[in-house]
Design a protein around this ligand. Sequence first.
Ligand code: MG
Ligand code: MG
Length: 301
Amino acid sequence: MSDLADRAVAAYLGLAIGDALGATVEFMSAREIEHEYGVHERMVGGGWLKLKPGQVTDDTTMALALGQAILSSGGIHAQAIAEAFDGWMRAKPVDIGNTVRRGLLAFRATGVPAVPLSEHDAGNGAAMRVLPVALATLGQGEAAVREACRIQAHVTHHHPLSDAATECLALMVQAAVQGADLAQLLHRYAYPLAGGYPAFVFRTRQRRDSPGGYIVETVQAVFQALFDTDSFRTCLVDVVNRGGDADTTGAIAGMLAGALYGTAALPDAWLKALDPAIRTACSEQAMQLIEMGCVEQRAVG
Ligand code: MG
Ligand code: MG
């Protein structure tokens, strides 16, 4: 397997691992987690969704639905994506965000696969599922990648902060799977995001604990955990033990750390505990999506 393929697979498995690990402590505070677990670092399931050990939630299953829509429609097409998300919702997922539900009900009613700009759409639901777009658009220019991110995001979320974060995360994953290191991600992407949108400033004395579903809190917690650790494991343990929307911070941190550190850095115990069907689906889809990205890259080049 090429280094790029290895990192792409690790990003997808990292997303699922972070989701499954974090879901156990979703909506708990850092203090409640410490009281109950000391440090939460095992795939034990449970949580408010009463999950099986290694079971994932909407963060991973929406990404897989998005990836499948990209593969079957041959690109980033809003109609295909909205239909895939609608099918995903009909299959009664274990959880679903309010903004996602509202957006998909609007699609059912109007047939329009995009929601209008709304101040209520600054949740993290578009950012958490962006990975397949990042992989499928590898090798395309930055403007095209950003446009693809917005097409998938606006099916349910349309807000400048959600857009900025979603695009930034996709570009970070692309850089990492192509070999960028932690310092490069910090200086090329994370600092510029906070420079353009000061709400995202994450280098403060205040530790972002119990991050909510607001994209700003999610990104602050993920960036603090990512840039203050130096391994997949320590990054994930740091971010999920902050509690709050821990499955989603876990998923996003896992995606970035997976892309950075590769499959060799994924802890065996976590990988083994992950739902086997999800493990297979993530690995296979990552390979198919980068194939698509690389094919388009050749066509452009
Ligand atoms: Mg979830
Ligand atoms: Mg969540």
